[in-house]
Structure formats: structure tokens, C-alpha cells
Design a protein around this ligand. Structure first.
Ligand code: 3PG
Length: 306
């Protein structure tokens, strides 16, 4: 019987695990569950004799992939695959996949949850502000960006987007205004919502040159990756501009400095929460097991990223 490891330091909702197990069961696959593990050694041990693996933000580095002697496919149940060492996967003949789009709405909703929380001063009883008629810049118009635009329309925000990989006409078709440069996006928008992946081109790319362009009362909303932020620049901007605010799904490395100096101007989730809904877990988890079965049974490698 083929074995599929679900290795989730941050577990899926129970309904998602039950759904994955049901599909695996029907296909004659065995599920091995490793949840809330605290040591890498537990993952190294669990991965040693499985044929496939579903992970979330769990780190599948060279050591893990080298230890996975029977592994043929690893599916990142989610969008970003910066936690997988793709070169090591390829060297070990392991196909790596993601499940694009499956958790995007959950991430987009969190962006608005954080925006509202900040606009209302953390619900502190004082007069806050509204999102209506404010400018929103969507930095990268992929699956999450599209959901952000959809929700922003309900708030009657003025929506702009920058994405060099998406045609202007496709952005316009959603009622969103495409802008020709990243600088223009930041210059135009009071709120900027980040949806770029973390890779060699984007790491540290959100710097002071860019953030400094944002208008008064600028709010940067980061539900992407903390690694894309140039943290020293962000801190310097927070210092210079008392009006500037930062919202992030997972705290930056410099969180202690924010806590010490910038109370009321930031919010960080204690754990990455964007995709942490039952719906997103079910969508991404079920997509993951289906992709594994389709790959192992039929060689279907749709969503392969290496
Ligand atoms: C993603 O890339 O899909 C999100 O960051 C979700 O990550 P998570 O599955 O660890 O919550």
C-alpha cells in the first residue's frame, strides 16, 4: 500500500484531514499523519519511507528530501513553494507541486480583516476611518490579488494593480486600474496589499525607496512573505513617518522593535493565519491528495513547479 505523509507543523482543520483520508482510502493509499511536530528529526523519520507527502509552510530542505528515500512527489498545499528546495527535489527525482488558488480567498479575507482592525484603531473606542473611497494598490495580480480586488469592490475602494505578468486588459476586465510601474502603484495608493512570492528577485525588494512614495497615512498590508520586506528600511520609515502603518500575516524578525516603539501602528498575526480556515484547508488538502493520486496513478504532473 502506498503511503502519503501529511506533515503539518500547523495542522489542517479536522474536516480537511478527514476528507483527505477518505479519498486516500478509496484509492487504496495509507495516510500517515505528523501534526504539530516540534523537531526536524520527527519529520526526517516520518518522511523516510513514504511515497508522497503533503506539507504547508513546513520546510522541505535538502536534508529532508535526501532522507525521503521512497518519495516521488511532494505537494505544498498552498501557493508559495519557497519552503521547498526545488533543486534538491529534482536531484532526488521528486516532483514538487503546489495547489494554486485553493486558499486564496482566505488570504484575501485576512488582508481586509487586518485593514479594518487598523482603520478602526484596533477597536479602541475612538473614531477611526473607513475603507470606502480609499485607494488600494494590489501588488501582483494573481489568485489572491483577484480576490482582494473582488472584496475591495464591496467596500467601494478605488482599486489599482501592478503586475508585469498580467495583461492590462485582464486587470481592467475586473474593474481594476492597471498601473505601468511599481513606483506608480505605491505613489497612488494609501493602502498597498502585497501578493508577490518570495524568491531571489523579490527578497528585500520592498524597500524605503518604494514605501516612501506612499501617500500620507500609508498602510502596507503583507499577507505574502516577511522575506520580501527590507526590514531595516521599514524600521527607518516607521521612525521617520509617524503616519505610516504596517500589517503583516506573521511577525517580522524586527518585531521587538515594533513592540517597543510603534504601538498602535502595526498588527502582526502570532502565527501565519492567511490560509488558516476550514475552507482553505479542505480546498488545498483535497487538491493535494488528488494531485498525488493522479500523479502516482497516471503520471499527471499538472502544477509541477520543479
Ligand atoms: C501559501 O503560500 O499558500 C500561504 O502562505 C499559506 O501557508 P500555510 O499553509 O502555511 O498557512
Amino acid at each position: 500500500m502506498k503511503k502519503v505523509l501529511i506533515a503539518t507543523e500547523k495542522p489542517f482543520a479536522k474536516e480537511a484531514v478527514d476528507g483527505i483520508k477518505k479519498i486516500a482510502d478509496e484509492a487504496g493509499y495509507e495516510i500517515v499523519l505528523l501534526e504539530k511536530y516540534t523537531e526536524k528529526s520527527q519529520l526526517l523519520e516520518a518522511v523516510a519511507n513514504v511515497d508522497a507527502m503533503i506539507i504547508r509552510s513546513d520546510i522541505a530542505d535538502k536534508e529532508v528530501l535526501d532522507a525521503a528515500k521512497n518519495l516521488k512527489v511532494v505537494v505544498r498545499a498552498g501557493a508559495g513553494f519557497d519552503n521547498i528546495d526545488l533543486a534538491a527535489a529534482t536531484a532526488n527525482n521528486i516532483v514538487a507541486m503546489n495547489t494554486p488558488g485553493q486558499n486564496s480567498n482566505a488570504v484575501a479575507e485576512l488582508a481586509f480583516g487586518m485593514m479594518l482592525f487598523m482603520a478602526r484603531g484596533g477597536f479602541d473606542g475612538k473614531a477611526g476611518s473607513e475603507l470606502r473611497d480609499k485607494t488600494l494598490g494590489i501588488h501582483a495580480y494573481g489568485n489572491v490579488g483577484k480576490y482582494v480586488a473582488e472584496i475591495a469592490k464591496g467596500f467601494n475602494m478605488k482599486i489599482y494593480a501592478f503586475d508585469p505578468f498580467v495583461k492590462d486588459s485582464d486587470i481592467e476586465a475586473d474593474g481594476v486600474i492597471p498601473v505601468g510601474s511599481v513606483e506608480e502603484l505605491y505613489k497612488t495608493c494609501q493602502y498597498v496589499s502585497l501578493h508577490i512570492p518570495a524568491n531571489d528577485k523579490t527578497r528585500n525588494s520592498i524597500n524605503k525607496d518604494l514605501l516612501g512614495l506612499m501617500p500620507k497615512n500609508g498602510v502596507l498590508v503583507n499577507t505574502a512573505r516577511k522575506e520580501v520586506i527590507h526590514e531595516a528600511d521599514l524600521l527607518s520609515l516607521m521612525e521617520e513617518r509617524q503616519d505610516f502603518k504596517y500589517l503583516s500575516d506573521i511577525a517580522p524578525d524586527c518585531a521587538a522593535e515594533f513592540a517597543e516603539k510603534y504601538t498602535g501602528r502595526f498588527f502582526f498575526t502570532p502565527k501565519k493565519m492567511g490560509a488558516q480556515t476550514a475552507e482553505a484547508n479542505i480546498n488545498a488538502g483535497i487538491a493535494g491528495i488528488k494531485q498525488i493520486i493522479n500523479f502516482l496513478e497516471k503520471g499527471d504532473d499538472t502544477f509541477k513547479v520543479n
